[in-house]
Design a protein around this ligand. Structure first.
Ligand SMILES: [Zn+2]
Ligand SMILES: [Zn+2]
Length: 231
């Protein structure tokens, strides 16, 4: 419903990516597969998902039913360092360290350069090797500076990752309650000041056009201002 309200057409999807088995990441994956396969009438598209999301694990049940997993043309078990293609785009699965031990991120290699999504992860020694050289890095920054949480990323962890990888541009998403109260735009500014990498906090309805240049357009979302401004 949200994608349709934003003027997108989920029937045009070529692939669905699921980073791990937590509901803020997998909910509606099945619905999007239904759209991608025209209401389950023809096998189509790629499903790339963490092992836990496909098969279940000690941490969780499978997030996507066998019924849906069978309707895609290609099913990729996304474990770190696996590579595959979706049309003209190369995809590298990156390692995330999170409360779902099978969690992964994704790096996309396009003719215009690379962009990547870290998914939920904490900072760890070696994370930079997956993201070095990307033009655009999207990070799941749940907590503001000074409020670390094991298995997740705070502004301070994002600063370390951005400093080690030096993307052209960074986007913060997956903003938790304490982040929203603190004001994500302020946290983005802090990152930008420390790293000199242009950094933006995502808001509902924000769009990113990734091509020869990268264009961010803010939507109608209010998260950018910080909830504190509205309370
Ligand atoms: Zn998670
Ligand atoms: Zn999450």
């Amino acid at each position: 419903m949200h994608s349709i309200n934003e003027g997108l057409n989920p029937q045009k999807l070529n692939a669905v990516f699921v980073s791990h088995c937590h509901p803020d990441h997998y909910t509606d994956a099945e619905v999007l597969i239904e759209a991608m396969t025209r209401g389950m009438t023809r096998k189509n598209g790629v499903l790339a998902a963490a092992k836990s999301a496909l098969n279940g694990s000690d941490a969780c049940e499978a997030s996507i039913s066998k019924y849906h997993q069978r309707m895609v043309k290609e099913r990729v078990e996304a474990t770190p360092n696996v590579k595959f293609r979706v049309g003209g785009v190369g995809v590298l699965v990156t390692e995330a360290r999170h409360t779902d031990p099978d969690a992964v991120g994704f790096r996309f290699e396009t003719e215009f350069g690379d962009f990547a999504y870290t998914s939920d992860t904490e900072y760890y020694e070696g994370i930079a090797k997956y993201y070095r050289g990307v033009r655009l890095l999207t990070l799941c920054v749940m907590r503001p500076s000074g409020k670390p949480w094991k298995g997740h990323m705070s502004t301070d962890d994002a600063i370390r990752i951005i400093e080690e990888t030096r993307p052209e541009q960074a986007v913060l998403t997956h903003l938790g309650m304490s982040m929203l109260l603190q004001g994500p735009a302020k946290e983005a500014k802090l990152i930008q000041e420390k790293t000199s990498v242009p950094t933006t906090a995502a808001a509902d309805g924000m769009t990113i056009d990734f091509g020869e240049s990268t264009t961010l357009r803010m939507g109608k979302g209010k998260a950018q201002q910080g909830l504190a401004d509205f309370l």
